[in-house]
Design a protein around this ligand. Structure first.
Ligand SMILES: Nc1ncnc2c1ncn2[C@@H]1O[C@H](COP(=O)(O)OP(=O)(O)OP(=O)(O)O)[C@@H](O)[C@H]1O
Ligand SMILES: [Mg+2]
Length: 406
């Protein structure tokens, strides 16, 4: 049932989010390392404030990620340890290289082993964007890598560029007015595009100068991958394109730049696609893909607790690993509290046989289930012989030295 649930929810696709950051450093790695560590602490601190758990990746984890990007759909595990390098004489690249071929001979698609792939970029035409755009793309039941390269622009340079643009627009306005006078119509009538651009540019300048906004250059690429058939790939790309269109953007294929696009999608922070769009802090911030918090604890004792309503991912948790193992079911009448509690009980019964399950149940609601599972039901009523047997019951459950009763 669970496998079915996982398959139904997201087509069995798991989503992972990675951030790669880089800084320019002329002095080499010795200069870069302390600065990178500071950036890392800063980024992780901000995530913590957002309530998003994050963890740094070491060299091996980064290689494993590159390996998985190079081996789509492969069940082959990543086998690597640093001591393999001197022993085999191979480099790290040899361990992540695809076993089959990479074929970039076509203009609009590429092949990686058995898989078909296509790299597209998002052309953002809207001046205002919705945060739903990224969320919807990430919700698709398709295998893909969404990459955003965000490059900061020096504040002074950005302001200077925009001022330059504003004076260009001013010049165009004067020209239009001169033309109007010459042809004998009202010089106040300007082309509507010119009016919008001039307003947008003035707003952008005000944002940068007084609202503590910064300028970024964004490259947004989507790599779609699909197993054997090319038709499936084209369908997936079409679906992503539909979402982009809904939000006033366009998804365009990187013609003859499939290889550059694929390289840029690897988690290396390396961008070979020269298509960028200037964005302010607030318009870039909507691309932060942390709308939902996933709960999937690893380990054999993690139990199924339902589905995340936003991300449609399965929730697996192991109470015993939490700070406090206590829990509570809250809900209105008939919302399924008892059902959920019984399901958890059954899950514990089936997956962790060594656990003891004790139900204190004034309504006798759980008795049939307990009987079906071969458990013991003890009825306790006030002032009966049974009351005296409580002490006996508890001491049979817990070793006497641990039991404390009034
Ligand atoms: N996940 C589920 N799938 C299918 N049916 C469910 C599910 N959860 C609950 N139900 C059904 O909904 C009904 C009400 O559930 P349940 O008795 O668990 O609610 P409750 O919150 O305990 O109600 P009350 O507050 O009255 O105790 C039951 O018939 C149960 O079988
Ligand atoms: Mg109930």
């Amino acid at each position: 049932m669970l496998k079915n649930q996982i398959a139904k929810s997201n087509n069995g696709i798991e989503r992972s989010k990675y951030i790669t950051f880089g800084i320019p450093a002329e002095g080499g790695i010795t200069e870069a390392r302390p600065r990178l560590e500071r950036v890392e602490a800063d980024v992780m601190g901000n995530f913590k404030r957002l309530g998003v758990p994050s963890e740094p990746m070491d060299g091996r984890a980064r290689l494993a990620l590159l390996h998985s990007q190079m081996h789509p759909g492969s069940r082959e595990a990543f086998r690597f340890s640093w001591k393999d390098i001197p022993q085999t004489g191979l480099g790290t690249k040899d361990f992540i290289a695809p076993p089959d071929s990479l074929d970039f001979r076509q203009s609009r698609t590429f092949r990686i082993g058995q898989y078909w792939g296509a790299v597209s970029y998002l052309q953002i035409m809207a001046s205002e964007l919705s945060d739903k755009l990224l969320a919807e793309i990430l919700e698709l039941d398709a295998e893909m890598t969404v990459t955003m390269h965000i490059q900061t622009v020096d504040q002074l340079k950005a302001i200077k560029t925009i001022k330059g643009k504003i004076s260009d627009i001013g010049k165009m306005k004067v020209e239009e007015q001169r033309k109007a006078v010459r042809s004998g119509y009202d010089p106040d009538i300007l082309p509507p595009d010119l009016i919008t651009f001039s307003k947008d540019a003035a707003e952008l300048l005000a944002d940068l100068q007084s609202r503590n906004e910064r300028m970024f250059l964004l490259t947004f690429t989507v790599v779609n991958l699909a197993p054997p058939t090319r038709q499936r790939l084209e369908n997936d790309v079409f679906t992503v394109g539909g979402i982009a269109q809904k939000y006033n953007c366009a998804l365009r294929r990187l013609d003859w730049q499939q290889e550059q696009g694929f390289v840029s999608s690897l988690a290396l922070g390396y961008n070979e696609v020269e298509i960028q769009r200037g964005m302010t802090t607030s318009s870039t911030a909507i691309f932060i893909p942390f709308m939902t918090r996933e709960l999937r604890m690893a380990g054999g004792q993690a139990l199924y607790y339902g589905m995340n309503a936003l991300s449609h991912n399965v929730i697996m948790a192991d109470r015993k690993k939490l700070k406090s193992a206590n829990g509570m079911y809250l809900g209105s009448t008939g919302s399924g509290k008892s059902f959920a509690a019984k399901r958890e009980l059954l899950n514990v019964f089936l997956t962790i046989p060594q656990d003891r399950i004790i139900v204190v149940d004034p309504m006798g609601e759980y008795a049939p289930l307990v009987r079906r599972l071969g458990g013991q039901v003890i009825e306790i009523a006030p002032r009966t012989a049974r009351t005296t047997s409580i002490r006996w019951m508890w001491s049979s459950i817990w070793p006497p030295e641990k039991a404390r009763f009034p």
